[in-house]
Design a protein around this ligand. Structure first.
Ligand SMILES: Cc1cc2nc3c(=O)[nH]c(=O)nc-3n(C[C@H](O)[C@H](O)[C@H](O)COP(=O)(O)OP(=O)(O)OC[C@H]3O[C@@H](n4cnc5c(N)ncnc54)[C@H](O)[C@@H]3O)c2cc1C
Ligand code: SF4
Length: 508
């Protein structure tokens, strides 16, 4: 009997476990563009276009490889507009009762698929390097989960940058070499852009018509939409940007939104690239003397370390990870996150490039938009919905642990040992934003003082009971205690006034 093989929009890999378990001579691949997936949060139009175009191209590849594909387009009149509904419809059409599926990445879909009235055979998603049982075994008996220890296990497991059981270069981590600021450089190589073909053009028109009201510019659209293009993007990164990746990893420049980052996350997350092939390409560049160890180690750590670690935590926690709110933050998300005017140059740049490119790099997400939300006490759920909406690479398994855990400390310290809270000095050190800002970063209080300087102390004081005993934060509380009384009072009063202006919807 024919079986259905479900391929979701982030499962565009020919080696997918469900495809490996199926038989092209007998089984039918089901792919569906459904309204429910496009609207559960207001996704950036470029993100919707990337996924739809990559799905359509992948269906062509599957057909060329001999598969029968039942593909539902968004505007098909018969479209039931949910994944479950499409499976039921296709089962009736092909006389199938069984569905082969690779485990979905998000609890929302895992739960929805369990409710489909068909026999569902779910296979592990072995595109990840660490399986769920392996992660569970690693967690077993540990009081604290720290990425660094997990990462070392992953280095041993993959053999990447290893000499026997020792790390290449005698150190596991070269992060201390990777905190440099960057200078504007007209000759810094620009990431490749891929001209939309006819398939993408058609998708762009559809997205403009249906999702044009969502936050974000749809065009110019230059993302890779096929595996071939994604491989070109990988080759560009390894040859052109990887050598500077480490040095520029934590830097931010107003005129250069991508610096030497890879922009590979969307391709990794939808399955056009595999994590191991990306890391092996980087390791080969080091072995060939084409990229320094601090860059290559730093890059590989993000993928076999952070990426696998956050996925392990998300899956292990179960549904509801994103509902946590350990710091009880409840402020509404200010309109500036959706592009309303702000005088804070750092936020204006980070949000502006998010609107235009559907991309911001890690330090912009963590230390600008995330840091501001943390300090201002913005609802982590409102913020989670924002990050899930606005980035081209956003899928809940990776976005939620980064937002709820790493950036907002809303999981109470499962993912990170201390909150990523910083005053304006950090942003000034790592960027060129402050020079063009109405606020003065060096000013701690009074007219024109940088809001991060006020909110930083306000945050620490609000949560003193929780954080004062944390050895990595104790020094900051000692600094506060030694501060002059009038400066303390001015800081807190001005922070309160700033937050009142924010809540009133005034331009800040
Ligand atoms: C609040 C917040 C939300 C985030 N949301 C997402 C998201 O929705 N999707 C997403 O893929 N990443 C997310 N990240 C992690 C990280 O910011 C992006 O992976 C990275 O910016 C993608 O750009 P890049 O490909 O140029 O990365 P590079 O800097 O070139 O890094 C290389 C690769 O490492 C991986 N990586 C790096 N950092 C992380 C991390 N912290 N967690 C997981 N993988 C990582 C990515 O696959 C990335 O492509 C988030 C980070 C924060 C702080
Ligand atoms: S002065 Fe403050 S608000 Fe302005 S760019 Fe610098 S850190 Fe951001």
């Amino acid at each position: 009997m024919t079986r259905l093989v479900l391929v979701l929009g982030d499962q565009l890999s020919l080696g997918l476990s469900a495809l490996r378990a199926a038989d092209p001579a007998r089984d039918v691949v089901v792919m569906a563009e459904v309204e429910a997936e496009g609207r559960y949060v207001p996704h950036h139009p470029q993100k919707i276009a990337l996924i739809l175009s990559a799905m359509r191209h992948f269906a062509q590849e599957l057909r060329a490889a001999g598969w029968q594909v039942a593909y539902t387009r968004l505007d098909d009149p018969e479209n039931s507009h949910s994944i479950g509904g499409e499976l039921v419809r296709r089962a009736a059409e092909f006389g199938a009762r069984e569905v082969l599926a690779t485990r979905a990445g998000e609890w929302r879909l895992i739960t929805a698929l369990e409710e489909v009235p068909l026999t569902l055979r779910v296979l592990p998603d072995d595109r990840f390097l660490c399986s769920e049982p392996e992660f569970a075994a690693w967690v077993e008996g540990r009081k604290q989960l720290r990425m660094e220890w997990f990462y070392r296990e992953m280095r041993r497991k993959t053999g990447l940058l290893m000499e026997g059981d020792q790390p290449v270069g005698g150190q596991w981590n070269f992060d201390h070499d990777n905190r440099k600021a960057a200078k504007a450089d007209l000759f810094r190589p620009r990431p490749p852009r891929f001209a939309p073909d006819a398939v993408t053009q058609e998708v762009l028109a559809l997205v403009a018509a249906r999702f044009g009201a969502h936050f974000g510019r749809l065009e110019p659209f230059g993302w890779a939409v096929t595996r071939g293009q994604a491989l070109d993007a990988l080759a560009w990164f390894i040859a052109q940007a990887l050598p500077r990746f480490g040095d520029e990893q934590d830097a931010m420049l107003a005129a250069d939104p991508t610096l030497s980052h890879s922009l590979l996350s969307p391709y990794l997350n939808i399955g056009l690239l595999a994590p191991m092939e990306v890391c092996e390409a980087a390791a080969e560049a080091y072995a060939a003397g084409k990229a320094p160890l601090n860059a290559v180690e730093g890059f590989i750590r993000q993928i076999i370390g952070w990426r696998e670690f956050v996925r392990g935590i998300y899956m292990r926690h179960g549904p509801g990870y994103a509902d946590q709110n350990a710091l009880e933050a409840g402020r509404a998300l200010p309109a500036l996150y959706w592009g309303a005017k702000t005088d804070m140059a750092c936020l204006s740049h980070a949000v502006g490039q998010t609107r235009d490119l559907a991309y911001a790099h890690h330090i912009q997400r963590l230390m600008v938009t995330g840091n501001f939300a943390l300090l201002a006490g913005i609802s982590p759920q409102a913020l989670h919905e924002w990050y899930l909406s606005v980035y081209v690479d956003a899928f809940e398994w990776v976005e939620a642990p980064n937002t709820i855990g790493m950036s907002q400390f809303a999981d109470g310290g499962v993912l990170g040992s201390k909150p990523y809270a910083a005053s304006g000095a950090y942003i000034d050190r790592q960027s060129d934003y402050c020079g063009g800002c109405r606020y003065k970063v060096a000013q701690k209080t009074g007219e024109g003082a940088c809001p991060f300087n006020l909110l930083y102390w306000d945050f620490l004081l609000r949560h003193r009971a929780r954080f004062a005993g944390n050895p990595r934060m104790a020094q900051m509380y000692r600094t506060w205690d030694k501060m002059d009384g009038s400066r303390k009072a001015a800081t807190l009063a001005e922070a309160e006034a700033f937050l009142a202006r924010l809540d009133a919807g005034k331009t800040v």
